[in-house]
Write a protein that binds this ligand. Sequence first.
Ligand SMILES: N[C@@H](CCC(=O)N[C@@H](CS)C(=O)NCC(=O)O)C(=O)O
Length: 203
Amino acid sequence: MKLYTKPGACSTADHIALQWTGQPFALEILDKETMKAPAYLAINPSGAVPAIVDGDFVLTQNTAIMGYIADTYPEAGLAGDGSPRQRAEAARWLAFVNSDLHPAFKPLFGPGNFIADEGQFDAVRDAARKRVRALFESADRQLAGKQWIAGFRSYADPYLYITMRWADGLGIDLSGLANLAAFKARMDADPAVQKALKIEGLA
Ligand SMILES: N[C@@H](CCC(=O)N[C@@H](CS)C(=O)NCC(=O)O)C(=O)O
């Protein structure tokens, strides 16, 4: 299995998930130019990461890729113990990160994609910061008394972790969210996380 990633992007979450499996995999690290070059557009015409290629199977979309990794290596427990309930919990929190939290950052990364008037960029960014903070508050409540967002370690955790790194980089106020801070510290200390970050040049 080969993963295409861009350092620190949502694809780094898949990289961490693959490291957690302990299984061999290949990695291609892209940048903003190679992501839009013909060789990669042949794999993902939208020029976005992540993508994986496994033999003749090409897969895009982060949640599908996480599911594929989890199903390929069930012993890693990335979707829980295989019971319908744990699979649903893992999928629920993966969806929370991919469908709610990740898109909430988009106005911060590119306000011009949401409004043409540059004079309104700060207002768009402020609204996005509030939305992101509210979503992290909800994750913090979920993490009360838990080490991992689904209640057990799953593929949702590295994706949540990557969004926390984005929040750090953007200076989003996460003060007072102690459960989330403890989660981030746990991930920062994880050897597989450190390995993935080092390989992507982020450590
Ligand atoms: N719906 C896609 C979104 C993936 C996505 O937004 N990827 C970002 C990086 S986190 C990307 O590659 N954006 C295109 C770009 O940076 O040009 C998925 O879930 O995989």
